[in-house]
Design a protein around this ligand. Structure first.
Ligand SMILES: Nc1nc2c(ncn2[C@@H]2O[C@H](COP(=O)(O)OP(=O)(O)OP(=O)(O)O)[C@@H](O)[C@H]2O)c(=O)[nH]1
Ligand SMILES: [Mg+2]
Length: 290
């Protein structure tokens, strides 16, 4: 059984960095993991691991922009259309892998996840090829700085989940930039927060969005104009409690392990693998047992 982990999320959320850390972590745990680059605009220097499969071997964004005079976003859409028309290329590239984790580093254009049909089509094709598939959606901890920004992140995660319809793990990345201690000047770039507040963001508490009755926020003109809209969004999130986030701090191996164990669990990793025969055992190894 082959496994595909799609690493998705908005631009700069830390997808490529997470892919590298996950592969390092898999290797340290004596498991295999390979990088699949799906970003036709990726810069080669950004990869810590050489991609085992790279969309740029099929088509590169620069070529599309130069030859067809497309801009970067139109060019990306063209590249994905081209990939879907050439699935035999991907099938051939995937042919060499067996029983392995393939980590798909996806581009950061949010529209790719929220309303284009490309990723759902790609996922269906991967499933047809027998790959068990799941997605992680990264939102960076900077989104916790501001409640409105945070809820735009929650809604984008929700919309991508509904569009892709595969097992899904939301991750709050760059948690090393959030600290619970005011004295910690090294990190804390994205704010100092109490543990209780962090919990409210990781398991989104829609009431964060609605100001307390009578508070200054509620009575300002701008807020009152949006009050009904905010309440409607709160209701939507309460009615569909699909989104919660796993915190990811790449400086802490336990944090990566937690995300990986959720990925393993979601894809039922190893459940139908046969135990492997040890390769180097001979009779001498059993002397102690006799
Ligand atoms: N402090 C901190 N910085 C991070 C972390 N992950 C990524 N970064 C930084 O965030 C920036 C963007 O990281 P990338 O991994 O390239 O993000 P991406 O989502 O792949 O970006 P695009 O592919 O352009 O959408 C880089 O400068 C990284 O060094 C993290 O866990 N902590
Ligand atoms: Mg990237």
């Amino acid at each position: 059984m082959r496994y595909a982990v799609l690493v998705t999320g908005p631009a700069g959320a830390g997808k490529s960095t997470f892919c590298s850390s996950l592969i390092t972590h898999l290797h340290l745990s004596k498991r295999s993991g390979h990088l699949v680059n799906l970003d036709p605009a990726a810069n080669s220097e950004a990869f810590e691991y050489e991609p085992a499969i790279d969309i740029r071997d099929l088509i590169s964004l620069d070529d599309v922009m130069n030859e067809l005079n497309y801009g970067p976003n139109g060019g990306l859409v063209y590249c994905f259309e081209y990939l879907l028309q050439n699935m035999d290329w991907l099938e051939e590239e995937l042919g060499g892998y067996d029983d392995e984790y393939l980590i798909f580093d996806c581009p950061g254009q949010i529209e790719l996840y929220t309303h284009h049909p490309f990723l759902p089509t790609l996922v269906r094709q991967l499933q047809r090829l027998g790959l068990r598939t799941c997605a992680t959606y990264l939102v960076e901890s900077q989104f916790m700085e501001d409640r409105y920004k945070f809820f735009s992140g929650v809604l984008s995660a929700m919309s991508a989940m509904v569009n892709l319809e595969i097992p899904w793990i939301n991750v709050m990345s760059k948690m090393d930039l959030v600290t619970t201690s005011a004295n910690d000047s090294a990190s804390g770039r994205n704010g100092v927060r109490a543990q209780r507040d962090i919990a409210r963001y990781l398991n989104p508490d829609p009431l964060l969005l609605v100001s307390a009755p009578g508070s200054r926020d509620e009575t300002t003109e701008l807020h009152s104009r949006f009050h009904a809209l905010n309440r409607a969004i709160v209701q939507l999130i309460e009615d569909h409690p699909l989104v919660s986030f796993l915190p990811l701090d790449l400086t802490d191996p336990d944090s990566i392990e937690t995300v990986l164990s959720h990925v393993d669990y979601t894809m039922q990793y190893g459940e139908d693998e046969e135990p492997k025969e040890p390769q180097d055992l001979d009779e001498g190894d059993f002397v102690d047992l006799e």
